[in-house]
Design a protein around this ligand. Structure first.
Ligand code: ACO
Length: 438
């Protein structure tokens, strides 16, 4: 029996030899009717409707309908859909208890608590494992509805307060504020929360949506797919950046310090949270819209200083990195808007998730209509043949070779085989190449 690779096996190379798109940049993964990002023009459309129009005239519930069904609802359909979403808001006591227990763990990030809770929600959905279209669609609506309840419960538990049950008479946004505070929401704040939910609802093939559709493409259930999306959104390169932006603004401390802070960050080649985007090479239109609302929110909450710091930082970054395509993204102003509403930093990304859940489930259902499992390739750049060295013969790798776990001071851990190494040196790189493409 030979263990050598098949002659047809082409994706074997030295590092850098076969080009590929790092981070799948520019790679088209599927067709979609949901949203379109014009990264050069700085435009975003949900099913052809500009985000500015939706921000001004729509509601989150209407946007969820639009994303799910690819059209705006009639007046009657919208009322029925709002009622349908509202009817799905309640979650089991068990999930509240799980949230309270999990939120009490000092090291548990709120997104980690959300991940656990959404996973748990599936246990209370009788249709969770059904692949019938109607069940999948109902799960999609249920998940979008219940995410808000879970996030509010996390916020309350984190603050050491009892959970506030959802109300059916409020919009999704107003109900979220109600569940967070236990007070009738201020109409302006409810409107701004609605705006936040509209703006974050979908964004084409972003990392978390891609994670969702990859999991859904295996025919896993909708909850598993959404949990994958939560995991991806948590990262600081994606949704987690909104938390980092607020920390950065507080660290800068004063508008007059923003330039020096930015210069130092640029000199150190640090990635500045809330700036840059894989697709936008100009101002993210959502950031532009949020900047307008941030002004009024900051005026009402007396948080104008944060906005001044943000504006001063933005001016420097634009001057220094704008030509390179580094502009504010959605996360830059969303934190200031949420903080001005009294939402704690640790809930910024979970609130983002409440909204993005709409895009996640819409794309998952869309891709499921013509499903094919996602299964791309890696270029293999490891050794083509390697001996299995008996444990007792293994030596620690040299300082430049180690790729295993951190070196232990007590006992060497490694995979080097001195015989194989001597043989490779004798054969030289040419022979190694030959073997790879033999
Ligand atoms: N600050 C400073 N420089 C940056 C930034 C930034 N925020 N973002 C990118 N750059 C620079 C890089 O250093 C790199 O420069 P170089 O070519 O001289 O090496 C160049 O721009 C390209 O950067 P990449 O990292 O290759 O861009 P990529 O498309 O892979 O990453 C990302 C996009 C992750 C958004 C990146 O811009 C970033 O890390 N931004 C900060 C985190 C952030 O705000 N994330 C939220 C994005 S929006 C969202 O997900 C909701």
């Amino acid at each position: 029996m030979t263990t050598a690779m098949s002659e047809e096996y082409k994706l074997v190379a030295r590092p850098g030899e076969i080009p590929f798109a790092r981070g799948l940049e520019g790679v088209i993964t599927a067709e979609s009717t949901k949203s379109y990002v014009d990264g050069i023009g700085g435009k975003l459309f949900y099913h052809g409707i500009p985000i500015e129009v939706l921000a001004e005239r729509s509601t989150f519930e209407e946007v969820v309908f639009l994303l799910l069904y690819d059209r705006l609802p009639t007046r009657g359909e919208l009322a029925a859909f709002q009622e349908r979403m509202a009817a799905e808001r309640e979650i089991s006591d068990f999930v509240y208890q799980l949230v309270a227990a999990r939120a009490g763990m000092p090291r548990a990030h709120s997104m980690a608590v959300l991940r656990s809770a959404v996973s748990c929600l599936s246990g209370f959905d009788a249709a969770a494992e059904s692949d019938a279209d109607a069940d999948q669609e109902q799960e999609a609506v249920r998940i979008v509805s219940q995410m808000a309840t879970v996030v509010a419960a996390i916020g309350r538990a984190r603050a050491g307060l009892p959970a506030v049950r959802p109300r059916r008479d409020l919009s999704h946004a107003a109900n979220l504020l109600w569940m967070l505070t236990g007070r009738d929401p201020d109409p302006y704040e409810a409107r701004v929360m609605d705006l936040l939910l509209i703006l974050h609802a979908d964004h084409e093939c972003n990392a978390s949506t891609f994670a969702v559709v990859v999991v859904k493409s295996t025919l896993a259930d909708m909850y598993s797919a959404v949990v994958a999306g939560i995991g991806a959104l948590k990262g600081p390169l994606h949704g987690g950046a909104n938390e980092d932006v607020m920390r950065m603004i507080k660290e800068i401390g004063a508008p007059e310090q923003a330039r020096a802070w930015a210069e130092e960050a640029i000199a150190q080649k640090r990635k500045i949270p809330g700036f840059g985007h894989r697709v936008y090479k100009t101002m993210d239109p959502r950031a532009r819209i949020l900047r307008q609302y941030a002004e009024e929110m900051a005026r009402r909450a007396g948080t104008g200083r944060w906005l001044q710091i943000a504006d001063a930082l933005q001016a420097t970054i634009q001057e220094r990195l704008g030509a390179k395509g580094i502009w504010p993204n959605v996360d830059f102003y969303s934190g200031i808007v949420m903080a001005s509403m009294g939402i704690p930093e640790e809930l910024f990304t979970p609130v983002f998730a409440v909204s993005r859940a709409a895009g996640w489930v819409a794309h998952a259902l869309e891709q499921a209509k013509d499903n094919r499992i996602y299964r791309p390739r890696f270029v293999y750049v490891g050794p083509e043949e390697a001996p299995y060295v008996p444990l007792e013969d293994r030596e620690a790798p040299g300082p430049r070779e180690g790729t295993g776990p951190a070196e232990s001071q007590e006992k060497p851990v490694g995979m080097e085989n001195p015989d194989a190494r001597k043989r490779q040196q004798a054969e030289g790189p040419a022979r190694e190449r030959e073997r790879k493409f033999a």
